[in-house]
Design a protein around this ligand. Structure first.
Ligand code: NDP
Length: 332
């Protein structure tokens, strides 16, 4: 049966880009209307991701609606009559990856990048897993297809994407050198599969990687830290290896001259999740695999904290302040 929907909803909307203060709570915004190919979700959880901070500050252009949030988990309450909605029905429990709008009680998302959660996936696990899990999975499959026995450097290894990378790399039999800024974070990376631990705040990670690899360097670096680590990561890659720069937590990487690649014949990549899971088949296949790992108990999610919608500024502040591990969730 079609649920009765309220006329308005609570949501966090930014009037313009800026500091944490622009994350304003509204209690009377109109519900979004699903357009062609979209489904409307009554949100139970929204994931907080580092990209939300780039969109808030203006490093990346924010969505026109002013409502941030790219990761939702909840129940389908309406399905567009137009476009392909991939068989989604009212009442389905889903997790969705979208361009914005998830910091709200209701969000209209593309059916194409929504995933029907299997039975037994506990509440919150959809929004805690989808974006960062798919990022890690596509990075190790497509950016640098990791082979058993390779040594891989993972920065910010206790972060959201970082803990996924540690677990998935362990699962494929790679050796992980993990960096993080505190002993507690490094211990968590180790629990999640890291083999070698480097505190990159107190130690020169380039020298540590050289020592651990006997001077050879690593087959790939997964670097979501950006400006602060790029040069060191570049120096740490083995001949014919991959430098995968996938984020800018410390700031964007400055322009780079391709002639530098020839010194070791390395590849430099700057992948974006959306371009790996663009088609329905890509999104569905990777999501099914990801939630399959979770259902099998092969991987788990460390939830740093659950926050009320009105406390989103606190959540983003802790994330930007390097005070978190694993996943941050908004509870609607
Ligand atoms: P994290 O949970 O990893 O948080 C960021 C971490 O980066 C911090 O905890 C901190 O760990 C580390 N860090 C290092 N230097 C800084 C700094 N100056 N300021 C803040 N943090 C710093 O976030 P996510 O898992 O959400 O994202 C990780 C990275 O992956 C981000 O860059 C994000 O943009 C990127 N990403 C990219 C995607 C893509 O499609 N390309 C998709 C998803 C994420 P420590 O204290 O240990 O240094």
């Amino acid at each position: 049966s079609t649920p009765t929907l309220p006329a308005t909803m609570r949501a966090i909307k930014i009037p313009h880009t800026g500091g944490l203060e622009v994350l304003e709570l509204h209690s009377d915004l109109p519900l979004p209307t699903p357009t062609s190919g979209q489904i409307l979700i009554k949100n139970a959880f929204a994931g907080v991701n580092y990209i939300d901070t780039y969109l808030r500050t203006g490093l990346y252009p924010p969505p026109a609606s002013g409502i941030l949030g790219q990761e939702a988990e909840g129940t389908v309450v309406a399905v567009s009559a137009e476009g392909d909605t991939y068989g989604f029905k009212i009442g389905d429990r889903v997790a969705a990856f979208t361009s914005g709008g998830a910091y709200a009680e209701y969000v209209a998302v593309p059916a194409q990048t929504s995933f029907k959660l299997p039975e037994g996936i506990e509440a919150g696990l959809g929004a805690a897993s989808l974006l960062q899990g798919l990022t890690a999975l596509t990075l190790i499959r497509e950016a640098h297809p990791v082979k058993k026995g390779e040594t891989i450097l993972v920065h910010a290894a206790a972060g959201g994407v970082g803990l996924w990378l540690c677990q998935l790399l362990r699962a494929v039999g790679a050796k992980v050198i993990a960096t993080a800024s505190t002993a507690e974070k490094l211990a968590l990376a180790k629990e999640n599969g890291a083999d070698e631990l480097v505190n990159y705040k107190t130690h020169d990670f380039v020298a540590e990687v050289a020592r651990i690899t006997g001077g050879a360097g690593v087959a790939a670096v997964f670097d979501g830290v950006g400006a602060a680590t790029f040069e060191g990561s570049f120096a740490s890659v083995a001949r014919k290896g991959s430098m995968v720069s996938f984020g800018n937590a410390s700031g964007p990487v400055p322009p780079f001259t391709i002639a530098r690649l020839g010194a070791k014949n390395i590849k430099v990549l700057r992948p974006r999740l959306g371009a790996y899971v663009e088609t329905r088949e890509e999104f569905e296949t990777y999501s099914a695999e990801l939630f399959g790992f979770i259902a099998d108990g092969k991987v788990g999610v460390k939830v740093h904290g659950r926050y009320k919608l009105e406390d989103v500024a606190k959540a983003q502040g802790e994330l930007e302040g390097r005070g978190t591990v694993g996943k941050l969730l908004l509870v609607l």
